[in-house]
Ligand binder design. Sequence first.
Ligand code: CDP
Length: 262
Amino acid sequence: MSGEKPLTSILSAQAGRGSEPNPSFCVSGERKGPALKEWKGKGRLFVVAVDGPAASGKGTLARRLAERFGLAVLDTGSLYRATARLVLDENGDPADPVTAEAAAKHVDLRLLDDPRLRADSVARAASVVAAIPEVRRELLGAQRNFAAHPPAPARGAVLDGRDVGTVVCPQADVKLFITAKIEARAARRVKELREQGAPAIYENVLQDLNERDARDSGRGAAPLKAADDAHVIDTTMLDADEVFERVCRLVAHALEEKEWQQ
Ligand code: CDP
């Protein structure tokens, strides 16, 4: 795969949007979290891993945590989406390891702000490329590097995905596994799509999530599963604010403990 054409088109889609925050990858500039003000952990980075199935609310939660505690945030799913998008742009087969690995080599953290990565077709293809071990290996370094060297002024990072607590950052200070019954997740995704003006049929969304769950949990390479030491939070009966406040208490506590260990 040449990689030139789709890469250029994604790059040009970025042009002119340099000043907008990238929702997949950004640093909270405000640093207004109470725990951060008390932070005395000189030189030691604080990492939060947020894993869970599609539409569990982990992305929104990760961004809110980053904002509250002054951490950088990386949506690791967008790396798989970007890989898938490059393959689709080449009319390639997302299940072909050679094509998918070549695409993964072209993925750059600066290219993750493309709204086209949010398309359902890209999400489906992302879960196909994500099952290929060579693709996962290719994308692992960028994720670990982000956690180890989050962009200034962040003192640490929140990474959300499927295998952050198990594979990418097994030493994370806090590991969260955010889940919910599939019917609740499908209903939330339908609401979100309709609010964006996109037509969404509940049965189709449900089937799509079922297929992605099965692929993500059933694959041999880094399957979706909670780390043994993760806090598993079932959000079926909880609203986003309740989840956020509960998790903030866990994170604030872990920050305090880390400070004590210095
Ligand atoms: O936003 P949503 O949960 O629907 O999906 P996403 O987080 O953007 O991830 C898209 C796909 O990438 C998932 O279905 C997974 O197959 C894959 N993925 C992965 O394998 N490992 C990760 N750490 C993140 C995403």
